[in-house]
Design a binder for this molecule. Structure first.
Ligand SMILES: CC(=O)N[C@H]1[C@@H](OP(=O)(O)OP(=O)(O)OC[C@H]2O[C@@H](n3ccc(=O)[nH]c3=O)[C@H](O)[C@@H]2O)O[C@H](CO)[C@@H](O)[C@@H]1O[C@H](C)C(=O)N[C@@H](C)C(=O)N[C@H](CCC(=O)O)C(=O)O
Ligand SMILES: Nc1ncnc2c1ncn2[C@@H]1O[C@H](COP(=O)(O)OP(=O)(O)OP(=O)(O)O)[C@@H](O)[C@H]1O
Ligand SMILES: N[C@H](CCC[C@H](N)C(=O)O)C(=O)O
Ligand SMILES: [Mg+2]
Length: 486
């Protein structure tokens, strides 16, 4: 049982109306989810203003309201708290409502444009393999020590987030590894959490639709490190040109990892093949199942974090060498006729370039590389021509297609991508709106030994068109096609 006064700890509010210390049944920020006894937090959003729903929340049973501006008429029987920023307040009260679960386990956050899911998932798999009880919050799925809970966001909203952390604590988890998206930082979804450490992977072009400028995007990532406590670690990829920036104002212990520069944790790629990576880490040579030089960074980040969490070096390297990471990341299958298919979640220009250059470095010689790629609707439009350009530059043939057009016209998204196709490559590019047909065409074009890359959807099991998520799975489509190949 929680009273309003219990959940206001650490909340800076400027005004309080109605002094009754009421019992609170739930913390809610969506009026449609209000139940009797709720504390309703009115948040200004990108589409609407939660303040416009205060009346509705009260009608449906809210007994207390947190807001930035008091509504014209305030109900006497309801407590009103004025705050400077409701989104910040939401994080704090959500954490208090669940008794600050983040402080009861070791919470490690991973941020960066690419690699968050891979690093968080590897850490989760590694620590479980070493015998710890763990939780995972990721784009692919959330997990409470093996129990899968579907995920809708890379980083959940503050209420869901603290609820999941609470469940982890109740299940006896020692660690939680979570992705921290730039949206989550900007929207204060992680406010009120206590992190044992933060990891930065890299920063490249994405989400400029939301953040508007690269500077703002950078600031959002950096704010995560600025907020870490002096007891936490801040681990950065010092090879990334913004790696140092992340550490500029943090109070946490500053640590770095790198393949090229001087760093606290240094790695070197000795072999890079379809079968895996041979790395030298801390003077040990170890084979890993993960493929691609970008995964050398991810593995190094995981190793460094494990060291900072006081784990045994030999145990960590032995366990890490067996792991294969998150679903739908450089997942490859070979058809009976020896065509190679790779399903990957590359959905930024940098990730597309990384995955294609990895393929380029480990291919044997004359095989064709055929890339099937689309760009998401209602997402950063400026990355569309760039992703198409990169795909064309690094592939022999490219099929431009759909990847979650959402509310947009899929043909228009493809037209935006076509703007980036270099003139010399026009004859090697086809546009096929239907993704299934695009995959079929790639398979028909492929000769034995050729490599097909299906980029952008990775683990996703749907194609989102006009608000409806239709079942669609790149891997399933690929395997179906491969079955039919002789
Ligand atoms: C652009 C964006 O990030 N939007 C997120 C944001 O919603 P919003 O600001 O648009 O909310 P809004 O619709 O304007 O509503 C404002 C407020 O009014 C309330 N409301 C609204 C209607 C109503 O009837 N009653 C009511 O009380 C809403 O609950 C909300 O509190 O806050 C919501 C609650 O936390 C999120 O669910 C929502 O995610 C949307 C669905 C989304 O697609 N987000 C993506 C872009 C996202 O967050 N992605 C990142 C990962 C990106 C990456 O890959 O790196 C992620 O962490 O998942
Ligand atoms: N360290 C890395 N550097 C660059 N590219 C990477 C790295 N790790 C993974 N990638 C590429 O980015 C894709 C997405 O990787 P992952 O899912 O781990 O990133 P993410 O940061 O979680 O993405 P999201 O923002 O969508 O949650 C992979 O499929 C791969 O192509
Ligand atoms: N989580 C990210 C990646 C989505 C990847 C791609 N499949 C798309 O739909 O654009 C987002 O929501 O922007
Ligand atoms: Mg992710």
């Amino acid at each position: 049982m929680k009273y309003l006064s219990d959940i206001l700890t650490g909340l800076p509010f400027t005004e309080l109306q109605g002094a009754a210390d009421v019992e609170i049944s739930a913390v809610v920020f969506d009026s449609r989810k209000v139940v009797p006894g709720s504390l309703f937090v009115a948040v200004k959003g990108t589409q609407v203003d939660g303040h416009d729903y205060i009346e509705k929340a009260i009608q449906d049973g809210a007994v207390a309201v947190i807001c930035e501006e008091l509504p014209g008429r305030t109900a006497n029987e309801v407590d009103f708290l004025m705050v400077a920023n409701s989104a910040v307040a939401l994080g704090i009260v959500a954490a208090n409502f669940y008794d600050n679960p983040s402080a009861k386990l070791k919470l490690v956050g991973v941020t960066g444009t690419n690699g968050k899911t891979t690093i968080a998932t590897l850490l989760y798999q590694l620590f479980r393999d070493m015998g710890y009880k763990c939780g995972l919050l990721s784009t692919v799925e959330n997990q409470v020590n093996g129990k899968v809970i579907p995920s809708t966001h890379t980083t959940p909203d503050p209420v869901e987030l603290n609820k999941l952390l609470d469940e982890m604590v109740n299940q006896g988890c020692d660690y939680c590894f979570m992705e921290v998206s730039s949206h989550a930082v900007a929207q204060h979804r992680i406010e009120g959490l206590r992190f044992a450490g933060g990891i930065f992977s890299n920063l490249t072009h994405d989400h400029l639709d939301y953040h508007k400028t690269f500077e703002n995007y950078l600031k959002a990532k950096k704010a995560f490190f600025d907020g870490l406590s002096k007891n936490a670690f801040a681990l950065t990829n010092i090879d990334d040109k913004n790696g140092n920036v992340m550490l500029q104002n943090t109070k946490a212990h500053k640590k770095s990892y790198a393949l090229k520069s001087m760093a606290d944790y240094k790695g070197k790629i000795l072999e890079n093949q379809f079968g895996g990576l041979l790395l030298r880490i801390d003077n040990e040579e170890v084979w890993f199942k993960m493929v691609g030089s970008f995964n050398a960074y991810n593995l190094l980040a995981v190793y460094a974090a494990a060291m900072l969490l006081d784990q045994d070096k030999a145990k960590v390297l032995t366990s890490l060498s067996k792991l294969s990471g998150a679903e739908g990341r450089f997942d490859y299958v070979v058809a009976p006729n020896k065509v190679i298919g790779i399903v990957d979640y590359a959905h930024t220009p940098d990730a597309v370039q990384n995955v294609l250059s990895t393929i380029h470095n480990i291919r044997k010689g004359n095989e064709q590389v055929i890339t099937v790629i689309g760009c998401g609707g209602d997402r950063d439009k400026t990355k569309r021509p760039v992703m198409a350009k990169v795909a064309c530059e690094w592939s022999d043939k490219v099929i431009l297609t759909s990847d979650n057009p959402r509310s947009e016209d899929p043909l228009q998204i493809i037209r935006d991508m076509e703007e980036g196709v270099p003139v010399m490559k026009k004859f090697n590019v086809a546009s096929i709106v239907d993704r299934r047909e695009a995959i079929q065409t790639a398979c028909k074009l492929a000769q034995p030994g050729d490599i097909i890359l299906l980029a952008g959807k990775g683990h996703e099991k749907y194609q989102e068109i006009k608000g409806v998520k239709n079942h669609f799975d790149d891997k399933e489509e690929l395997l179906n096609q491969f079955k039919q190949m002789g």
